[in-house]
Ligand binder design. Structure first.
Ligand code: HEM
Length: 520
């Protein structure tokens, strides 16, 4: 038991501490009040006249990382759809230092891409695109403005118009002959569908671009794969753009520099060879490089273009033109192997249409209506770019009643829209017949089905992409019967997608072709 002295001591100490505490509390209150007043005045000055923002709701955020942990280990389009089921079709997420709004319903996608198309027409700038796209002077990731408008016009009217795409018909037919010949020689052996088709499609893009196959095709395809992977915008270094050292410590900087150097050398060699042919007065095919060089030499362009700008455009044409189409073909073949009745129905259609023809041309594929439904359904369930390309808000606007401030990144989950149960019956089922007798098309006006995007930043390569997909699929299904390698079962096919901008099939599909006409 403490004696009386002890209690005096306790009271003294108590008295002393309380006086100290009271004094401290007083100073603390004064300092805090001054701080609050200071912050209030600073903020008030900055936002004078503006009401507080009514941002969309979203899941709780952790300090520094925000909502990154909710995406960890998941594919962003799937993670966003799951979060949207809890937090609504418009959500605000903090992804490190990036403030983003995610839109997951067709109604709100329409508001964003139609009503506020101009306000949301900008793209975010990533470190990868700055470095690899020659200061982001391409079309796909370039900032909205007069330069982008000029280049998009060139792309739409000169490089990818229906007439130009049609003029490449002989190139496609020639490449297809080689592709079919390769498959004939491989009859009875398992084929990596993605690798084989990607090579064929890329040959078409190379010949259309430069008038010949690309010598360093392997390096070029590797570059495109890597770029799609690291330029998704979800790379840690891109989520913390102020921490520049992350690009260095993550190895991203050196990897991209190396990739860029390889790519630049490939382009320089191609340009030099092309220039050489021009100097020697050799007749030039109207390939896309020739078209762009002529435009470059013309007077009267608002923004004169350089060789580096042309190289940036070719990265878009190769990136947009190769993997999106080969990914679509691989998913279509996968779904048909899983649904043999669909494959049989397409084969019947194709074999009836091509019956007795020694040479199949693009005109012959035009009446293949069931094949078109299969392609539509494949792009609904497996849009190659499920989150489209991100937009950035350039004028404050309202979507779904919420404020979208300037600089906010806006991500449209096109895959969530095209699998939305309010718009699609049994959305997870592969059923091409659902498109029968409907007017739903790829033109970006039906916002529950936007595999090519919508609005000003919509894909200009629809015709180019679809012609190749139709032709390759029609020929593959006309000339061959397909089965899985022995011991594999269509029920167990791995349907996982790759990470990055492109949702390709992660585990590639291997199929064995057998010739429809007996194997040679
Ligand atoms: C199956 C084939 C294809 C699919 C699914 C596809 C899909 C897309 C998507 C979703 C976008 C973003 C649209 C948006 O943000 O609203 C896009 C943009 C773009 N695509 Fe494609 N694409 C395909 C083929 C092609 C081809 C063949 C080319 C060129 C050879 C191409 C070149 C471009 C370009 C340049 C852009 C950027 C447009 C801009 O920002 O203004 N695409 N594509």
């Amino acid at each position: 038991m403490p004696g009386p002295h002890a209690s005096i001591y306790i009271r003294l100490i108590y008295h002393k501490t309380t006086t100290i505490d009271t004094k401290m509390a007083f100073y603390l209150i004064v300092t805090t009040t001054c701080l609050i007043i200071f912050v209030y005045f600073v903020l008030n000055k900055r936002t004078k006249g503006s009401k507080p923002l009514n941002l969309p709701p979203g899941p709780p955020k952790l300090p520094l990382i925000g909502n990154i942990h909710q995406l960890a280990g998941l594919l962003p389009h799937r993670a966003f759809r799951d979060l949207a089921q809890k937090h609504g079709p418009i959500m605000h997420l903090q992804l490190g230092q990036i403030s983003a709004v995610i839109i997951s319903s067709p109604q709100l996608a329409k508001e964003a891409l139609k009503t506020h198309d101009i306000a949301l027409a900008d793209r975010p700038n990533t470190f990868a695109s700055e470095l690899v796209l020659y200061g982001t002077t391409d079309v796909a990731l370039s900032s909205y403005g007069d330069y982008w408008r000029q280049m998009k016009k060139i792309c739409t009217l000169e490089l990818l118009s229906a007439k130009r795409v049609q003029s490449f018909g002989p190139i496609r037919e020639q490449e297809l002959d080689r592709f079919i010949e390769f498959l004939r020689l491989s009859c009875g052996k398992p084929i990596n569908i993605h690798k084989t088709v990607t090579k064929g499609i890329n040959n078409v893009v190379c010949k259309a671009s430069f008038g010949k196959n690309c010598k360093q095709q392997h390096a070029l395809l590797e570059f495109l794969d890597e770029l799609a992977r690291v330029n998704s915008g979800f790379y840690v270094a891109d989520l913390f753009p102020d921490f520049k050292f992350l690009y260095v410590v993550s190895g991203l900087r050196s990897k991209l520099m190396k990739l860029h150097k390889t790519l630049d050398k490939i382009f320089d060699d191609i340009f030099e060879e092309h220039e050489g042919r021009r100097k020697h007065g050799e007749p030039q095919e109207e390939d896309l490089l020739e078209v762009l060089l002529k435009i470059k030499e013309e007077d009267g362009l608002e923004f004169p273009i350089t060789n580096n700008n042309i190289k940036a455009i070719f990265v878009d044409l190769f990136g947009g033109g190769t993997d999106t189409s080969s990914t679509t073909i691989e998913w279509a073949m996968t779904e048909m192997i899983k649904h043999p009745s669909v494959m049989e129905k397409v084969q019947q259609e194709v074999r009836k249409a091509f019956h007795g023809k020694t040479k199949i041309t693009e005109l012959d594929t035009q009446g293949l209506s069931y094949l078109q439904l299969v392609i539509k359904e494949t792009l609904r369930l497996h849009p190659p770019i499920p989150l489209l390309l991100p937009r950035v808000c350039r004028e404050q606007c309202k979507i779904g009643g919420y404020d979208i401030p300037i600089k906010m990144k806006v991500i449209i989950n096109a895959w969530a829209c095209s699998t939305n149960p309010e718009f699609w019956e049994d959305p997870e089922d592969f059923r091409p017949e659902r498109f029968e007798n409907t007017l739903i098309d790829f033109k970006g006006t039906h916002h529950h089905y936007i595999p090519f995007g919508s609005g000003r930043r919509m894909c200009p390569g629809i015709t180019f992409g679809l012609v190749s997909v139709e032709l390759f699929l029609a020929q593959m299904l006309y000339n061959f019967d397909w089965k899985l390698a022995d011991g594999l079962n269509s029920i167990n096919i791995d349907m996982m997608e790759t990470e990055g901008m492109l949702a390709a099939k992660k585990v590639h599909l291997y199929l064995i072709p057998t010739s429809y006409a007996p194997c040679i």
